[in-house]
Every structure is written in C-alpha cells, then in structure tokens.
Design a protein. Structure first.
Length: 136
C-alpha cells in the first residue's frame, strides 16, 4: 500500500508535480543533466578507445575501434616472404582477437553508464557473447 501523502514528495524525496511544479521541473532538469553528462562521458570514452594488437611474431598489427570496426592494418617487412593466404589468415586471427578485446572494453564502458548488475548490462553481455568470435 502506498503511504505517500497525495501531492507530497515521492518515495525518493523528489518534489511533487502537483504541489511543487517548479521544484519538480528543477529536479527533473537536474536528473536529465546528470544523465546527459554520464552519456557524454561514455561517448567520449567510446570514441577515444581503440584496441591495437599484434600477431604473436609481430608480422601483423590490427587496430579496431571499441565496436570492433577496423581502423588500421600494419604489415611488417617479414610478410613479404609469406603467402597471400597466410597473411590474410594472420590478419583475420589478429583482427578477431582485437575485436574480442574491444567488445570487452565496450562492456566495461557501458557498465559504468548502466551499472554492472543492471538488467540492461545483462542484455548487452548476452548480445556480445552471442556475436563474439569463437576461440579455435
């Protein structure tokens, strides 16, 4: 049973829209500003985060953004002596490892915004796990 007096503050102590519409709007605007600040901080983190990984022997380096989008591929001079399919396979293997790390970083960034144990984070983790590259 709700014991909040009609027109009184809600359970979180926020002003009532019925008895204090100006206070209600101030509180609402403050909450929206706080959410916007957090969202902008997360967006900045996501925009500024990239993952660069090298193959085990350093022949290939791949850089991806936090969403796994390919930003750069670097080939060392030793790739000249490798077969085309060998280089391609090395690029793909390195890319998959970088994309998996980027996925984990995106989870870390989003958990800051949404809360690590939130229902939304559970859905994000489930989605990332569904599409994450499978280990051989």
């Amino acid at each position: 049973m709700d014991t909040t007096p009609p027109g009184g503050p809600d359970r979180k102590g926020r002003p009532s829209a019925l008895t204090d519409p100006e206070g209600y709007m101030r509180d609402f605007e403050q909450r929206v500003a706080h959410i916007r600040e957090r969202a902008e901080r997360v967006q900045d983190l996501m925009n500024d985060t990239s993952v660069r990984l090298e193959s085990e022997e350093g022949e290939v380096a791949v850089t991806v953004n936090i969403g796994g989008g390919l930003l750069n591929i670097e080939l060392s001079p030793t790739t000249r002596t490798m077969s085309g399919p060998g280089v391609a396979a090395l690029i793909m293997e390195t890319y998959h490892r970088a994309a998996a790390e980027a996925s984990q970083r995106s989870v870390d960034v989003m958990s800051e915004m949404l809360g690590d144990d939130s229902e939304a984070m559970g859905m994000i983790r489930q989605s990332i796990n569904r599409y994450a590259p499978k280990e051989d």
